[in-house]
Design a protein around this ligand. Structure first.
Ligand SMILES: C[S@@+](CC[C@H](N)C(=O)[O-])C[C@H]1O[C@@H](n2cnc3c(N)ncnc32)[C@H](O)[C@@H]1O
Length: 211
């Protein structure tokens, strides 16, 4: 439940985060209204873009949804009959909303900037929408995600264009060249009905396969 010291939840607050504990506070306050007050109002497109890219790249379950939030991406994967899907997020309140949708086999409350509790090589797919963005999770998390992915696992991740080069995602992809193949990048709009301040917000939809 939100506390009086939690920030008011909106897009500008989300882009202004600096640390995992900032995320815990913001998303605690945002969880209950995230789907209706944010995703529906903005015409939030990333879960659909990522699910489509994952299926197009030949992705199959079991899949881990990284920064699962309220479960919007798993719901889109269910449209394509992709299963089972697990979710990981740092916000207990966001995961509570996700669990209520009954789209996850299992959820993990964990920080993606730290070692993850999952075993090596357990996932045939890794997906994420909206989590690799300003003030959220950076490219260092790719190392743990590759550890828990099986050889041949398909990754489909959105990365906000504003952080792609400045926060080191492009350099990280270069550094991982020996561990990944079939890399594709496509730019896409994040919102169908953005407010004027966010009309130009775009994300890279990054797909690759673990060697
Ligand atoms: C913009 S929301 C996206 C949620 C969902 N994937 C979607 O597309 O609607 C970002 C999510 O990342 C989670 N998050 C932020 N930092 C995190 C971290 N360090 N570890 C795990 N999850 C994190 C937040 O709690 C939040 O649920």
């Amino acid at each position: 439940m939100a506390t009086p010291t939690d920030p008011s939840p909106d897009l500008d607050a989300a882009y202004g985060l600096h640390s995992p504990s900032d995320s815990v506070r913001l998303y605690r306050a945002w969880a209950a209204s995230y789907d209706s007050g944010f995703a529906q109002r903005t015409g939030y497109l990333l879960p659909g873009h990522v699910a489509g890219a994952f299926v197009e790249a030949g992705g199959q379950g079991p899949v881990l949804d990284v920064g699962a939030g309220t479960g919007l991406l798993a719901a889109r994967l269910a449209d394509f009959s992709v299963s089972p899907v697990d979710g990981v997020d740092i916000s207990a309140e966001m995961l509570t909303e996700a669990i209520a949708k009954s789209v996850y086999r299992q959820t993990f409350l964990a920080d993606l900037t730290a070692p993850l509790p999952m075993a090596d090589s357990g996932y045939c797919g890794i997906v994420s929408s909206g989590t690799f963005t300003q003030g959220h999770v950076g490219p260092a998390a790719f190392d743990e995600l590759l550890r828990i992915a099986a050889p041949g696992a398909v990754f489909a991740l959105s990365i906000n264009v504003a952080v792609f080069k400045p926060c080191g995602f492009a350099d990280k992809l270069d550094a991982l060249r020996g561990q990944i193949c079939r890399v594709t990048l496509a730019e896409a709009p994040i919102y169908a009905a953005p407010d004027p301040d966010h009309a130009a917000d775009r994300a890279m939809i990054l797909c690759f396969t673990k060697r």
